[in-house]
Write a protein that binds this ligand. Structure first.
Ligand code: HEM
Length: 163
């Protein structure tokens, strides 16, 4: 179950999926959403969201599943400072996934549907504005939590040496 070959495989999946997920969220928060806001949305934004949604959802699941396997196999009893930094990073990533699935995903899917060409009514414009704000909030919260998680994952092994 915690064979070295499985651990190497889980680490490979964890790092690739984690980088993909975090990279997608950082790019959305820093570049794609501001560009969509400046351009007033449009069909291109819906098309992009339909690709980024599944990509980030699948990579989030793979990151958390492989991370949980590595955590319970290797670090469950680690009560050093490094172990707590790792736990904090893992919790931040799990919270980011919950926010993404519970808030960002439903709002993003409906926004993508409403961005298709159709009748332009004030209600529809109002709904698009509200959904856009909800997606932006979710992406910013997720990106912030992921920044914390990436930092924690990167340093947890070495913080003990700080003294
Ligand atoms: C933003 C999401 C995440 C990213 C980018 C990420 C990235 C990484 C990286 C680069 C490492 C290697 C660090 C090293 O060995 O020095 C690592 C290790 C680790 N991560 Fe994550 N991680 C993420 C989320 C999670 C989550 C959600 C969990 C747990 C549920 C987790 C659990 C672990 C564990 C236990 C290790 C140590 C593995 C070992 O000792 O071989 N990670 N992570």
């Amino acid at each position: 179950m915690f064979d070295i070959a499985f651990i190497v495989l889980a680490r490979a999946i964890h790092v690739i999926a984690g980088v993909t997920w975090a990279g997608a969220m950082f790019l959305l928060a820093a570049a794609i959403l501001p560009a969509a806001r400046d351009a007033g949305g449009g069909a291109w934004f819906g098309a992009l969201m339909r690709r980024i949604g599944p990509l980030s959802g699948i990579s989030a699941l793979l990151t958390v599943l492989s991370g949980a396997y590595l955590f319970f196999g290797l670090h469950a009893h680690d009560v050093t400072l490094g172990g707590w930094v790792l736990r904090t990073g893992a919790m931040a990533a799990v919270l980011a996934m919950v926010v993404g699935f519970a808030v960002g995903r439903p709002a993003g899917l409906e926004l993508a549907r409403l961005q298709q060409p159709g009748e332009d009514t004030p209600e529809r414009r109002q709904r698009i504005g509200m959904l856009g704000r909800r997606v932006a909030l979710s992406v910013r919260a997720t990106a912030g939590l992921m920044a914390l998680s990436v930092l924690a994952m990167g340093v947890f092994r070495y913080v003990v040496a700080l003294g």
